[in-house]
Design a protein around this ligand. Structure first.
Ligand code: ADP
Ligand code: MG
Length: 628
């Protein structure tokens, strides 16, 4: 037997890093600007604690394109490196100077905002450059050095005559990456990844008009001067304390984040924790229509003010991914797959924290100004209802602020609703019957009929309402929901005075068989009811249970109930106290009876929006015949 060691040499690994380290080549710029930022923040920290006796000043990072020379320069005024440090930090792949720094200054530097982590960022430069140079001078009193590497593991290190402190990285852009020599492309990248980084970043210059003095004559020409074009805002709102921000600041930041978004957000939630994990951010509730268009302006995830992604799946609870804003946390592991992320304990805690903060905010908005909250209800309900269904932690808290509006815009909490219904709307078993409409227009006749009887009718029109109702019924034993056009409400709700039937049992039996003769057997079940003689003679209802099952199987629910196409089943409720019933009974002419039943059935269908196509055409034709 032989044993041995597999030989992994740098020569083999280097091209791999180059090719596979990051799937996105464009992130090289983010990495190099991050290193320049780290170098600046480290110097800030060292001068702060008195370990570096140099002037910190107002350092700026500069990104410059030399299109003719096919080069990009990234220059900082940070702490620089000595020759020895270049050997240590740059020549050792996967040795992170950032991590070492944080380790060394553990106690004082934990809030310094240092970005680096894995010691791999620098090498991303080779994804776009065929040669990289580093010219650097340390803040320590040591000579500057010049490092050059062409992407092979060989490098050169020689003295340099650089005099100012800091580092300049020069990328010689490779043939296949010349897109990065375009000003527009680089600006786009800086705007995407570096927009809120903590050290000012200069990219080119811009003209600025000097202010006109008060005593200027009409011939005065204001001077234009060239100023540095700073592309970032180093102090974005989320890094500040909530107490230092007002409503206007939050709105202004929203527009800074989404320059193409003109509508104002409804309200915001400032996130700010540092234990047991570190997370800051601001979430905004935008106006959302219930047709949920594809969201382009998404929540952005940052780490120490560096943009990472706008895919926050797994980090933010799913129902909140419809919100906008930023979250910034150095504690989210991003070099792992999303499915792993969801199982990660720390990430679960973050997600729970966000849920809790959102619920708390909603509760305080509700308590502070209920009117305003009610006005916003239609724009936020879809998020909240979805949250109740998908997030048990949110559901627990939702009772305190989730509203149930009536068709005439009164708003009840669930508790208030129960109290209200207890007096008027109970069924035989003492359960509270919540009547609701899903569409004020389509169910108008039914709503009117219910209101005429003094019943309260809710308007629940979100697409997921049938799921929500199902859940509410499961959790509130004494509650049952019925759509206004579901099973006939007089049967549902216990009434003190029963209507007395004008027909004898025998007559009823005859009426039923007569009607059944002319009504399609499949799909309709004929039911006789003794109602007020002014109520409609024929009425179509659909059993609540049937319709809800059908809706739920259609609106997905992840195939929750595993049913395919659910057949439609309707009740044809016939009012035995209506004159028409007597007319049908007393007529001795079969074809006259048939005409009466068919016309009445069609009218009932019409008011339920069920009369369509050929049937509708025939009905209209027949009706004209009748009035001719
Ligand atoms: P990380 O940033 O994760 O530590 P990098 O590969 O990005 O790893 O960089 C390696 C190290 O090189 C840094 O930790 C830092 O010590 C050093 N370095 C890189 N860029 C600069 C710079 N602009 N100024 C000073 N030091 C730098
Ligand atoms: Mg780095």
């Amino acid at each position: 037997m032989t044993t041995g060691k597999i030989n992994v040499s740098v020569e083999n690994i280097f091209p791999l890093i180059k090719k596979f380290l990051y799937s996105d080549h464009e992130i090289f710029l983010r990495e190099l600007v991050s290193n320049a930022t780290d170098a600046t923040l480290k110097l800030k920290h060292l001068t702060g604690i008195g370990e570096a006796s140099v002037e910190y000043g107002n350092p700026v990072i500069e990104v410059k394109i030399d299109k003719d020379g096919k080069k990009i320069h990234i220059t900082d005024q940070g702490l620089g490196m000595t020759g020895e440090e270049v050997e240590k930090y740059i020549n050792q792949v996967a040795f992170s100077g950032a991590e070492e720094f944080l380790e060394k200054y553990k106690d004082s530097a934990k809030d310094s905002g240092i970005i680096g982590h894995f010691g791999l960022g620098f090498y991303s430069a080779f994804m776009v450059a065929e040669k990289v140079e580093i010219i650097t001078k340390s803040y320590k009193d040591e000579p500057a050095v010049h490092w050059t590497c062409d992407g092979s593991p060989e490098f050169t290190l020689e003295p340099s005559d650089k005099t100012e402190r800091g580092t300049e990285i020069i990328l010689h852009i490779a043939e296949d990456s010349t897109e990065f020599l375009e000003e527009g492309r680089i600006r786009e990248l800086l705007k995407k990844y570096n927009k809120f980084m903590p050290v000012p970043i200069k990219f080119g210059t811009r003209k600025e008009t000097l202010p006109t003095p008060d005593d200027a004559t009409e011939h005065f020409h204001p001077d234009e001067i060239e100023v540095d074009n700073i592309i970032n805002n180093p102090n974005p709102a989320w890094t500040k304390q909530p107490a230092d921000l007002n409503e206007e600041d939050y709105k202004a930041f929203y527009h800074e984040l989404y320059p193409m978004q003109f509508e104002e957000p409804l309200f915001n939630i400032h996130l700010n924790v540092d234990y047991p994990f570190n997370l800051t951010g601001i979430l905004y509730f935008p106006k959302l229509s219930s047709d949920l268009q594809v969201q382009k302006d998404k929540i952005q995830l940052y780490q120490n003010q560096v943009f990472v992604t706008d895919n926050v799946e797994g980090i933010v609870p799913e129902f909140l991914t419809m919100l906008r804003g930023v979250i910034d946390s150095p504690d989210i592991p991003l070099n792992v797959s999303r499915s792993y992320l969801q199982a990660d304990g720390a990430v679960k805690k973050i997600s729970n924290y966000i849920t809790r903060k959102v619920a708390d905010k909603l509760k305080s908005l509700f308590n502070e100004n209920r009117d305003d909250f009610e006005q916003k209800w239609n724009d936020i309900k879809i998020v909240l209802e979805y949250g109740m269904l998908s997030e048990p932690k949110f559901y627990e808290k939702a009772g305190a602020f989730v509203l149930y509006p009536t068709v005439d815009e009164k708003f009840y909490t669930l508790e208030e609703l129960k109290e209200k219904l207890a007096a008027t709307q109970t069924d035989k078993d003492g359960k509270l019957v919540v009547l609701y409409a899903s569409n004020g227009d389509a169910q108008h006749g039914y709503i009117e009929a219910a209101q005429a009887k003094g019943y309260e009718v809710l308007l629940l029109d979100s697409p997921i309402v049938s799921h929500l109702i199902q859940k509410l019924e499961a959790d509130n034993e004494n509650l049952t929901f019925a759509r206004v056009d579901a099973d006939h409400i007089d049967k549902l709700i216990k009434k003190d005075e029963e209507q007395i039937s004008k027909l004898s049992d025998e007559e009823k039996e005859t009426l039923k068989t007569t009607i059944e003769e002319f009504v399609p057997k499949s799909g309709y079940s004929v039911q006789l009811e003794a109602m007020d003689s002014n109520a409609a003679p024929f009425m179509i209802t659909q059993p609540e249970f049937m319709r809800r099952m059908k809706e739920m199987s259609q609106s997905g629910g992840g195939g929750m109930f595993g049913m395919g196409n659910f057949p439609d089943m309707y009740n044809l409720v016939v009012n035995t106290n209506h004159e028409l019933s007597s007319s049908i009974l007393s007529s001795s002419d079969k074809s006259h009876q048939e005409a009466l039943v068919k016309q009445a059935l069609d009218l009932a269908k019409l008011s339920q929006n069920l009369l369509k196509g050929e049937e509708l055409t025939a009905f209209v034709k027949r009706s004209f015949e009748l009035i001719k």
